[in-house]
Design a protein around this ligand. Structure first.
Ligand SMILES: [Zn+2]
Length: 213
């Protein structure tokens, strides 16, 4: 064994050189290393010193896993939208595709997912948000999925949004709750708190005092 630099005890990324072992077939010095994850691996000294090898292989695996998980979650959002809009067998189709809700060409065609992903990250998609706290929402319920009609919101917001769009018929006229609220000049919260107390639609929109007068 010729002259070599002793790396014993030195750390390279996740690897710590434990002891020198037999040279590689081409004569390169090698060290047995212990990885932070507990695995052992024999690595050529040059690769340690150059930073080319920094773990037993677990580092790359970790990176891939994170990368895939991120992609998978957003991908399943995109896939879900596509199914609801274009697969009659999909649960919920009647509220989407069945109502004429579509996806814009940009998000649908070739590279559709990439375009959707780029839009998502540029517009507030948070891959670290707990499930349900970052969901896609259509601003206008009657319009489709496109960059100008979509946003990322939490479930509570989406619930309110859906509630405010609930249609209420009164005196033969049908409007959404928020439209009624605007028309009458009360808040949509007032309308729903009244309905929650089992007031009739007439009472919810006009108030009970008005009825008694
Ligand atoms: Zn490792």
């Amino acid at each position: 064994m010729s002259k070599y630099i002793d790396l014993t005890g030195e750390k390279f990324g996740r690897l710590t050189a434990i002891r020198r072992v037999e040279n590689a077939k081409n004569g390169q010095t090698r060290f047995l290393c212990r990885c932070d994850c507990g695995n052992y691996r024999t690595v050529v000294a040059v690769q340690l010193r150059s930073g080319q090898t920094q773990s037993c292989g677990c580092m790359r695996k970790d990176l891939l896993t994170t990368h895939n998980a991120t992609n998978t979650r957003l991908y399943s959002v995109w896939w879900g939208i596509k199914s609801r809009c274009y697969s009659p067998k999909c649960r919920g189709y009647e509220n989407y595709g069945g109502r004429g809700i579509t996806i814009c060409d940009e998000w649908l065609g070739k590279d559709g997912f990439q375009h959707f992903r780029d839009w998502a990250y540029a517009n507030g998609y948070d891959e670290n948000a707990p499930r349900g706290e970052c969901t896609i929402d259509r601003i206008d319920n009657d319009k489709g999925y496109s960059p100008d009609n979509c946003r990322w919101v939490d479930m509570k917001f989406q619930g309110n949004h859906r509630r405010n769009n609930r249609e209420i018929t009164y005196n033969g006229e049908t409007h959404t709750a928020s439209e009624w609220a605007k028309k009458i000049g009360i808040s949509v919260e007032t309308i729903f708190s009244r309905l929650d107390r089992n007031w009739s639609v007439t009472e919810a929109l006009n108030g009970r005092e008005a009825q008694e007068e």
